[in-house]
Design a binder for this molecule. Structure first.
Ligand code: ATP
Ligand code: MG
Length: 330
C-alpha cells in the first residue's frame, strides 16, 4: 500500500440536515483524500465548496454523515470519546477560521492550555507558551484577553496554541487569512521549518498563492468533491474522476463535475432517455447548440475561487489563489 498515511479519508459524505425551505445541504459528496506522514497539502476552492466541513470531519470534530476517516492508522469513527480525545491530543492541532481561543483565558494561558491537558506542569507549560508567543512576535501581549487583541493577533495566538504540542499533523483553515503580508510570510517561514526539519504534515485550506506554493500538493475542491490536483506528488486516487461517483440527495439533486459537463457539451438543456432501474441516459436536446458550444467554449474572465480578474487570455491557473481556470460556453 506504499507509504504510511497520517490521514486517510474514504467515501466521505456530509449532509447538513435542515427543516427550512431550502432543505438539506450536501457539503461533501463522497470524496477521498490521503495525507502522507510529513506531507504538506493545500486545499483551494470557492466559498461554500465544503473546505471547512472537510477539515472538521478530518479532525474528528464533526462526524461525517458517512465514510471513514483514519488518523495515524486509527479509524476515528470506531473510537470511544475518550480514545478520540487522546488520539487528537497526541497527533493533531487545529487552526480554524474563528473561535480558536477561550475568551476567559489570557493569550499565554490559551497557548499553555493544550500542554496542561497533556499533564505538563504549569510552570513549564507557561514558559514554553511564552517562548512560542515570542516566536510569533506576540510576547508583549501575553497577558491580554482575546477580546482585546486584533484579528491578526488572535490568529497568531491560535497558531502558537496549535504548535505548542508539537503535533504530527496540522489542520489549518485560512491560517494567514487575517494577517498582513509581512506577518503572513513570517508564519509561513515557521510552517516551512516545521515541515522540513520537524517532518510535520499539513492540510491547509487557503486562498493564498504563497501558502499553496508552500504545499507539496494542491487539491481543488468544488461542490464537495476534489476536481483537480497538481504538485510534485500527485495521487490520482484522491480525484473524483477516478471513479466518477455521483451522489443524489432526497430532492433528486445531482452535481456533475465541471470537467464532465464540458465533455458532455456544456451546460444547457438535456433530454432524459432510456430511464430504467439505476440508469439514466442524458442526451443534449439541442444538437446544433451542442456543435456551437463545442467550438465556443471559452475560459472564464474571473476566478470563481477568489474573484481575481484574468487580464491575459492564456493563463490556466489563477496567479492569485492557484485554482484552475474553468471553461464556460461562450
Ligand atoms: N452548520 C451548517 N448548517 C447548514 N449548512 C451549513 C453549515 N455549515 C456549512 N453549511 C453549508 O455547507 C456548505 C459548505 O460549507 P463550508 O463552510 O464547508 O464551506 P467553505 O468551503 O469552508 O467556505 P468558505 O470559503 O466561505 O469558508 C455551504 O453550502 C454551507 O452553506
Ligand atoms: Mg470555510
Amino acid at each position: 500500500m506504499g507509504e504510511e498515511a497520517i490521514l486517510e479519508a474514504d467515501h466521505l459524505y456530509h449532509i447538513y440536515e435542515s427543516k427550512a425551505e431550502d432543505g438539506n445541504v450536501v457539503a461533501l459528496r463522497g470524496l477521498h483524500c490521503r495525507v502522507r506522514r510529513g506531507e504538506a497539502v493545500a486545499v483551494v476552492g470557492p466559498s461554500g465548496s465544503g473546505k471547512s466541513t472537510l477539515l472538521k470531519c478530518l479532525g474528528g470534530l464533526m462526524k461525517p454523515s458517512s465514510g471513514s476517516v483514519r488518523l495515524a492508522g486509527n479509524n476515528m469513527t470506531r473510537l470511544t470519546g475518550k480514545e478520540l480525545v487522546e488520539l487528537r491530543q497526541q497527533t493533531v492541532s487545529f487552526i480554524f477560521q474563528e473561535g480558536n481561543l477561550l475568551p476567559n483565558l489570557s493569550a499565554i494561558d490559551n497557548v499553555a492550555q493544550p500542554l496542561r491537558h497533556q499533564g505538563v506542569n504549569p510552570r513549564q507549560a507557561r514558559s514554553k507558551a511564552k517562548q512560542m508567543l515570542e516566536d510569533l512576535s506576540m510576547g508583549h501581549r501575553a497577558s491580554a484577553l482575546p477580546a482585546l487583541l486584533s484579528g491578526g493577533e488572535q490568529q497568531r495566538v491560535a497558531i502558537a496554541r496549535a504548535l505548542i504540542t508539537e503535533p504530527k499533523l496540522i489542520l489549518a483553515d485560512e491560517p494567514t487569512g487575517a494577517l498582513d503580508p509581512v506577518t503572513s510570510e513570517h508564519v509561513l517561514e515557521i510552517f516551512r521549518e516545521l515541515h522540513q526539519k520537524g517532518k510535520v504534515a499539513f492540510l491547509i485550506v487557503t486562498h493564498s498563492r504563497e501558502v499553496a506554493d508552500f504545499a507539496d500538493r494542491v487539491l481543488e475542491l468544488r461542490d464537495g468533491r476534489f476536481v483537480a490536483q497538481r504538485g510534485s506528488d500527485v495521487d490520482l486516487s484522491d480525484l473524483t474522476e477516478g471513479e466518477r461517483e455521483l451522489f443524489m440527495d432526497d430532492l433528486g439533486t445531482i452535481n456533475i463535475p465541471p470537467d464532465i459537463v464540458v465533455q458532455m457539451g456544456g451546460s444547457g438543456s438535456y433530454r432524459i432517455e432510456n430511464l430504467e432501474n439505476g440508469r439514466l441516459g442524458l442526451v443534449n436536446s439541442d444538437e446544433e447548440a451542442l456543435d456551437d458550444r463545442q467550438v465556443q467554449l471559452r475560459l472564464v474572465d474571473d476566478c470563481p475561487a477568489c474573484g481575481f480578474s484574468y487580464s491575459d487570455e492564456e493563463s490556466l491557473l489563477c496567479p492569485e489563489c492557484g485554482s484552475s481556470r474553468p471553461k464556460v460556453s461562450a
